[in-house]
Design a protein around this ligand. Structure first.
Ligand code: SF4
Ligand code: SF4
Length: 273
């Protein structure tokens, strides 16, 4: 079973849940943890795993041949990332930090003045039951790194694969969610948590990935907005993790959280197998 641990909002405890679940399930099963929060992967820090670089992720970048270029500006018109600046009568300027390597400019150029160059846009790391992707700072689009992680390690042969996604509902999150059997949407009992929960639940509906809500830090704040969002979107609160000093201490010590709530959540997931 491939389980995504996701959440519309950052800071809700997504990585805590992902690492704790992987650890708990790993006591009885063959488990792989995939850290696809490529902008800021931290599962290796939480689990105190020393990662080793397995491969570089390469991305196409446009290379301009000024001798061929007729300064028509078509490349700037088609670039949806605003990575090409063009002033009438001048050669285009490529802003490579904005470029996602889609090749639209190359395809649209009427005289073949753009060729495909390459740069390293991220890395894939491995270590003790973990595969982790990390984007190179300044790179804009994380989904190619997520896809590289998935190509590098399909997860075949494992009983459970736990996928820790980035927060939000952007392409990087979508790339990580695709192919998952179930997604745990981690939220917190605050109005902002409920608002972003609504967004991720809508995304799960669009992607047709069955979703379950995990209410973290249950017991603080007012959960009524989370319950109302769950009801409105037609999802259940699958599990609750209380706000507890014990959890905070384990987390800050760089240990997987072993709270009873995590054990119960793991058992419910095992029952779904
Ligand atoms: S490859 Fe795509 S993103 Fe990059 S400059 Fe060309 S059109 Fe823009
Ligand atoms: S589309 Fe080709 S020819 Fe036109 S400005 Fe861009 S690189 Fe030059």
């Amino acid at each position: 079973m491939r389980i995504a641990v996701t959440g519309g909002k950052g800071g809700t405890g997504k990585s805590m849940v992902a690492t704790a679940l992987a650890h708990e399930l790993g006591k009885r099963h063959k488990v792989l943890l995939m850290d696809m929060d490529v902008d800021c992967p931290n599962d290796h820090l939480i689990l105190n795993i020393k990662r080793k670089k397995a491969l570089d992720v390469r991305q196409m970048i446009p290379v301009l041949d000024k001798k061929k270029c007729i300064k028509c500006g078509r490349c700037a018109e088609v670039c949806r990332e605003n990575a090409v600046a063009h002033v009438k009568g001048q050669h285009p300027i490529f802003v490579l930090d904005q470029c996602i390597g889609c090749k639209a400019c190359m395809i649209a150029c009427p005289v073949g003045a753009i060729s495909a160059g390459e740069r390293v846009s991220g890395h894939v790391y491995t270590g003790n039951g973990l595969v982790s992707g990390e984007i190179v700072p300044t790179q804009k689009e994380g989904s190619p790194v997520v896809n590289a992680v998935k190509e590098f390690e399909s997860g075949e042969g494992y009983d459970f694969v736990v996928v820790d996604t980035a927060a939000g509902t952007h392409c990087t999150v979508i790339a990580a969610l695709l192919g998952c059997d179930v997604a745990l949407a981690v939220t917190e009992p605050t109005p902002l948590g409920a608002c972003d929960l609504g967004l991720i639940l809508d995304l799960l509906n669009v992607l047709k990935v069955p979703g379950k809500i995990v209410l973290n830090r249950a017991g603080i704040g007012d959960r009524s907005t989370v319950d109302a969002t769950a009801k409105e979107k037609g999802f259940d609160v699958f599990a609750e993790v209380p706000y507890s000093k014990e959890i905070m201490k384990q987390y800050t010590r760089g240990e997987p959280v072993t709270h009873e709530a995590i054990k119960k959540m793991a058992e419910k997931l095992e029952a779904m197998e």
